[in-house]
Ligand binder design. Structure first.
Ligand code: AMP
Length: 631
């Protein structure tokens, strides 16, 4: 049996040999002529000349052996619906959706923005895009109209697909109304909008000639057979926007062949999910985890995937475990915040159900604290594997790899570098490799392995500058995370090196939130920092300077302005970006060159020492932060 150490070593020392072997896990209509083309660093092109299709690998390939097996199980505790689709049925629905898009003029390379709740039609549309070579860009439903408009303007879609509404904790979220507002704000709106009506928003309005009904279009294509568009491995499959340190979100562009191979390999080596088994990933299709492990990964592996619309505690905190029991879930994937929510409930909810089918639970998206890790591992009685990755990489950077070797788990650690990743811990000052136990920047020596982003959509220069520009004399990919490695080689992630915060597993740029706060007409400027939160990991906290301070003289005036600013953030960015509180000050702590001292503000907010203040312009500003925090 191969030890993991040997497996990883080979993936780095013999990249082409290693990945050529993994590439056999997927179907190639035309085999690659070269495994890796790295003539233009840091751009890596994998499986050059090979032609494949993600939809073929996810669906068509399985029709012979498992056409009647369930491919997708949809469960909504919001609407009470439960439906399942066999591979054959899913294949039919995807062809109908593909035919519908083609009838609207969507073809290879065209962008389709998907702004949909967790319903099967979202999966149909995503897979249909893959089938016809259109590039999907799924936007998380929690983002507000202005954020959606920014993504529309960057992707310039030909088509948008949405639903009248979604539901969260029984409350309707009007998706279509938000789409209308975003289209009003966008400079490059799509020509057509397809709406799936769930009957959740009876007052939904439509725009003649632009808006079309999903069910009506589908009815025209019931027997559609849409041929596959074979794509060269390096053509784009999708764009997924993510927050960075600037207000402008980055479009992470993914390829086709490298992604298919990376996912197929991860299903085998990391998740140990085999054909005929069931995977339940509790994320949302709007996040990378949803792309990789609700939609593509499990289907490529011939598994049944569970698409769940709802929260983990409704109707009660046993719902997930009931799903595991009823659908014989073998592999589960969730996020630490959800486990922290469950931890507040009686562990009896876990014991009520038969979890015999479950092999392991994977967690990712944010740091997993030791007590939560210990609690869930004990409650489940199964291995709980923390693994670490990013939207940019599309699959795990650090993980235990039980399909190769069952290495012991250390609480609080996502274990070791996944195969394919030449991971480095580099000192911030001189890019030298850090010693054991020394905190340093987590970096990846290029080329990035298959499945990772190819570039920033439409902006190669931004890709190189942003990700490979951290160290002056070394072209390495920065994850913008701090980490350390212990004497046994286990890694620990210690938070971000940049101004990005992680709220309940969702990455948000503090700059983005600041821009949203500043949209309120009475705010002159502000600083937003992330502060530790026992449930969500981190929460944004804002310090703002009002233009007209007269309203701040009374407690009511202050509260009213705080509420208004929060509403502005909800409207601009979405409720996920709403600060925990807004403190009003008359000036912000800045350096003499005008840079806001966010790290010092954050330290004070978390009750730590503010650090080096030699460059501060006016120490009174920090005093104001202190006072604001103590009131
Ligand atoms: P996103 O691209 O939104 O998934 O966010 C990726 C970021 O989330 C990483 O850069 C980390 O800061 C954080 N993250 C993801 N997984 C983990 C993990 N297992 N442990 C610690 N931090 C994590």
């Amino acid at each position: 049996m191969t030890t993991y150490r040997e497996f990883h070593r080979r993936s780095i020392e013999d990249k082409e040999g290693f990945w050529a072997e993994q590439a056999k896990l997927v179907h190639w209509e035309r085999p690659p002529v070269k495994v890796l083309d790295y003539r233009r660093p840091p751009f890596a092109r994998w499986f050059v000349g090979g032609e494949t299709n993600l939809c073929y690998n996810a669906l068509d390939r399985h029709l012979g052996a498992r056409g009647d097996q369930k491919a997708l199980v949809y469960i909504s505790t919001e609407t009470g619906e439960e439906k399942s689709f066999s591979y054959r049925e899913l294949h039919l629905e995807v062809q109908r959706a593909a035919a519908m898009m083609r009838s609207l003029g969507v073809g290879k390379g065209d962008r389709v923005v998907v702004y949909m709740p967790m319903i099967p039609e979202a999966a149909f549309v995503i897979l249909a895009c893959a089938r016809i070579g259109a590039i999907h860009s799924v936007v998380f439903g929690g983002f507000a109209a202005a954020s959606l408009a920014a993504r529309i303007d960057d992707a310039r879609p030909k088509l948008m697909v949405t639903a009248d509404g979604g539901s969260r904790m029984g409350k309707v979220v009007t998706y279509k109304a938000l789409v209308d507002e975003s289209i009003r704000l966008a400079k490059h709106p799509p020509g057509k909008v397809v709406i799936f009506r769930r009957g959740l928003d009876p007052s939904m309005k439509t725009v003649a000639r632009r808006d079309l009904d999903y069910a009506e279009l589908r009815a025209n294509h019931m027997n559609a057979q849409v041929p596959l568009t074979w794509l060269e491995s390096n053509e784009p499959s999708y764009i997924l926007y993510t927050s960075g340190t600037t207000g402008r979100p980055k479009g992470v562009q993914r390829d086709v062949g490298g992604y298919a191979v990376a996912l197929a390999a991860s299903m085998k080596h990391i998740y140990c999910g085999g054909a005929g088994e069931t995977m339940f990933t509790t994320s949302d299709i709007g996040w990378v985890v949803g792309h990789s492990y609700i939609i593509y990964g499990p289907l490529i592996a011939g598994m049944t995937t569970v698409l769940y619309e709802g929260v983990p505690i409704r109707p009660d905190a046993g719902i997930w475990w009931k799903i595991v029991q009823d659908h014989k879930v073998n592999v589960m994937f969730s996020a630490p915040t959800a486990i922290r929510v469950l931890k507040k409930h009686d562990p009896a909810f876990l014991r009520k159900y038969d979890l015999g089918s479950l092999k392991h639970l994977f967690l990712a998206g944010e740091p997993l604290d030791e007590p939560t890790h210990a609690w869930i591992a004990e409650a489940l009685g199964k291995p709980v594997i923390d693994h670490y990755w990013q939207t940019e990489t599309g699959w795990a950077i650090l993980s235990s790899v039980p399909g190769v070797e069952k290495t012991p788990i250390k609480l609080g650690s996502p274990s070791f570098p996944a195969y394919g990743y030449d991971l480095k811990l580099l000192r911030e000052a001189d890019a030298a490799e850090a010693a054991t136990g020394e905190k340093a920047v987590v970096a990846i020596a290029p080329p990035l392995p298959p499945g990772c982003m190819s570039t920033v959509w439409g902006d190669d220069e931004r890709f190189v500058k942003t990700y490979f520009g951290t160290f002056r004399n070394k072209q390495v990919y920065s994850t913008f995370d701090w980490g350390i490695r212990d004497a046994d080689g286990y890694y620990f992630i210690l938070g971000r090196t940049d101004d990005v915060i992680n709220v309940a597993g969702h990455r948000l740029g503090t700059r983005e939130i600041e821009e949203a706060v500043n949209m309120h007409s009475n705010i002159a400027e502000c600083a937003v920092v992330g502060v530790a939160d026992s449930l969500k990991g981190q929460m944004p906290l804002a310090f703002a300077v009002a233009k007209d301070a007269t309203r701040l003289n009374s407690a009511e005036g202050r509260k009213a302005l705080e509420r208004e600013v929060m509403e502005t953030v909800d409207k601009q960015l979405g409720a996920i970006g709403r600060p925990k509180a807004i403190h009003f000050v008359t000036l912000l702590p800045k350096t003499r060159s005008g840079k806001t001292l966010r790290r010092s503000i954050q330290a004070l907010a978390e009750g730590r020492d503010p650090g080096d203040l030699t460059t501060i312009e006016d120490p009174a500003a920090l005093e104001q932060i202190r006072n604001a925090l103590s009131t």
